[in-house]
Design a protein around this ligand. Structure first.
Ligand SMILES: [Zn+2]
Length: 67
């Protein structure tokens, strides 16, 4: 397995790929890229993992101990 890096063309090593963002597929985010130097095309795939919740407003809590 080669040592691929984000934003580096895996074919010619050019840094700075042109992206068009594709939508999320399950837990994978796909960034299609085109290398402006050698014209290769491919996808970068990112595995998405849950980080945290950011709560903007709290609704009513369903707590039976409350009186
Ligand atoms: Zn390239």
């Amino acid at each position: 397995m080669e040592d691929f890096q984000a934003d580096i063309c895996p074919v010619c090593g050019h840094a700075g790929l042109d992206y068009e963002i594709r939508d999320v597929q399950e837990d994978v985010l796909v960034y299609p890229w085109t290398c402006p130097q050698c014209k290769s095309k491919g996808d970068e795939e990112y595995t998405i993992s849950f980080n945290t919740h950011v709560i903007h407003s709290r609704g009513r809590e369903n707590n039976e101990n409350e009186t």
